[in-house]
Write a protein that binds this ligand. Structure first.
Ligand code: NAD
Length: 510
């Protein structure tokens, strides 16, 4: 979570990229006088300044979106779908350009960034089916001469507030279904890695999206609060940390907005004694350290059941020296830096707190960082972690994997279910009966069976339980179509003067 009220102000410089807003189909430089720094995490060097919107600038952005709505919602479904096919083509053609922007500002390695864009593209592809997705129902002869049908209509101007860790994909989770449903969308990206949003805005314009339908306001808490308070914003989608998700949900719904707010996570991977230990170790290393652990679906805790830890921890440890940590543009790198220096230092602090609270530090990533000023932390492993320790209680969001050892499946299940978060979880076993029981019993929104990162495909919906999601709707997939539209039911009769009469009774169907 960032404290944005005190966002540092960087003096504009000709050497730095100037990252502006996107309003009315054009780059619009900020006028608030406030800017924030953007860094290349691999070098630790500031690469840009991002404008931070004022309340008035957010108002101008929302007004521009509102003005575009009337025309956009009237665009025939076939034309909208055609436009989405063009968007899909352009994003696909420029996927590496987008990925390189992600590497430059987030730090993740290029292959991982390409994966991010690919998963976002799947959501765009899903949205291409919008004529089918928006079909309503029809009941002929619900009563004599009366037909009843349901339609779904867009909400108007909807906003999306997104986190730093998926600067392209998470916005795609939101804008693709929101626009497909006929809304105008105002995006407030993370101020840590804002450039890809502007690039995508250019692509949407190039595809033929009318001006004002997609808007980007760069900013911090000021912009977020302005969106939450704006009377013309009908709905807010948020993805980020749990305290801010709760804040967004409470403050958005208080003002009558529809809100879905996805929060943080602490994902457990339960490994049973009958699991294939080598496969479980591969999965744990991949899921814990991919994207330097900065994924809301990263495995943060391995729960080793009934002695399997004695084989599993050495198997994980054996793999760690092979994980190549380095600049995301180096094809040899498998794991990049963390997003900021402060975040890296905070994550590294869990190695000290873990040691002082009784965990065994199997691997300390501070000793395996590349040279230079990049925000690197190597892969780190804590064994014998217990639920009272900070490393277990907090969402670390970095390359520190904890192993908790328990005696039984029931104990493992209790641990997962007692955790305040409920985003993803996984079980590794060869026993189909136990796996099915886990799927039945576990309190989490996304479950993997021998799959460590069970991010649903685009035609299902993504979301957690408990403190990982506030609101009723999950992201993308069918639930997003529901979230970004409201239902209307029409009861219709064509006048037949021959049967018309005055009847003050309550309408009945039989
Ligand atoms: P964050 O909560 O700090 O920021 C998210 C967004 O909220 C940003 O746009 C930011 O500008 C804004 N924001 C930050 N502080 C604010 C404040 N005080 N008031 C109003 N707005 C504020 O999250 P982050 O650090 O960018 O992202 C990492 C977090 O996101 C992790 O907790 C991770 O688990 C979570 N996340 C969750 C999912 C999910 O699907 N559940 C997906 C990705 C990331």
């Amino acid at each position: 979570m960032t404290e944005l009220a005190d966002a540092p102000v960087a003096a504009p410089s000709t050497d730095l990229d100037h990252i502006t807003h996107w309003i009315g189909g054009a780059r619009v430089p900020g006028s608030s006088g406030r800017q924030g720094p953007v860094f290349n995490p691999s070098t630790g060097v500031q690469s840009g300044v991002v404008d931070l919107a004022s309340v008035d600038e957010v108002d101008a952005a929302v007004r521009s979106a509102k003005a575009a709505f009337r025309t956009w919602r009237s665009v025939p479904l076939g034309r909208r779908a055609e436009l989405f096919f063009s968007i899909r083509q352009l994003v696909h053609a420029h996927r590496e350009d987008i990925a390189r922007l992600l590497v430059a500002e987030h730090g993740k390695v290029l292959s991982d960034a390409m994966g991010e864009v690919a998963r976002g593209l799947e959501v765009i592809e899903y949205a291409c089916g919008l004529p089918t997705l928006l079909k309503g129902g029809f009941s002929e002869q619900a009563s004599s001469g009366i037909d009843v049908y349901s339609i779904r209509q867009p909400l108007g101007v909807v906003a999306g507030i997104t986190p730093f860790n998926f600067p392209a994909m998470v916005p795609m989770w939101m804008w693709a279904p929101a626009l497909a449903c006929g809304n105008c969308f105002v995006l407030k990206p993370s101020e840590k890695d804002p450039s890809s949003s502007l690039f995508v805005a250019e692509l949407l314009k190039q595809a033929g999206l009318p001006d004002g339908v997609f808007t980007v306001v760069q900013g911090d808490k000021v912009a977020v609060d302005a969106l939450l308070e704006h009377p013309d914003v009908s709905a807010v989608s948020f993805v980020g940390s749990t305290p801010i998700a709760r804040y967004i949900y409470e403050n958005g719904t208080k003002r009558g907005k529809r809100v879905q707010a996805l929060g943080g996570a602490k994902n457990h991977m339960v490994v049973l004694p009958d699991a294939d230990v080598e496969m479980a170790a591969d999965a744990a290393v991949s899921a814990a350290y991919g994207s330097a652990g900065e994924r809301c679906m990263a495995v943060s805790v391995v729960v080793a059941v009934g002695g399997v830890g004695d084989d599993l921890v050495p198997a994980i440890q054996k793999r760690l020296p092979d994980v190549k940590v380095g600049d995301g543009l180096d094809p040899a790198s498998e794991m990049g830096p963390l997003v900021t220096r402060e975040h890296r230092d905070k994550v590294a602090g869990y190695l000290d707190s873990g040691a002082s609270q009784g965990a065994t530090v199997v691997a300390d990533g501070r000793s395996t960082v590349p040279e230079g000023d990049g925000f690197f932390l190597g892969v780190s492993l804590l064994d014998n972690v217990t639920p009272e320790m900070d490393a277990y209680r907090d969402e670390i969001f970095g390359p520190v994997l904890s192993v908790v050892r328990v005696d039984t499946y029931e104990e493992a299940l209790r641990l997962v279910n007692d955790n305040p978060y409920g985003n993803g979880t996984a079980i590794f076993t060869r026993d189909g009966g136990v796996a099915r029981q886990f799927q039945f019993d576990v309190n989490a929104g996304m479950v993997g069976i021998n799959v460590p990162i069970p991010v649903p495909v685009a035609y299902y919906s993504f979301g957690g339980w408990k403190a990982s999601l506030f609101g009723d709707s999950h992201a993308y997939g069918p639930e997003s179509i529901h979230f970004y539209t409201r239902g209307k039911v029409v009861t219709s009769r064509w006048p037949d003067p021959a049967t018309s009469k005055v009847d003050l009774g309550f309408p009945q169907t039989r």
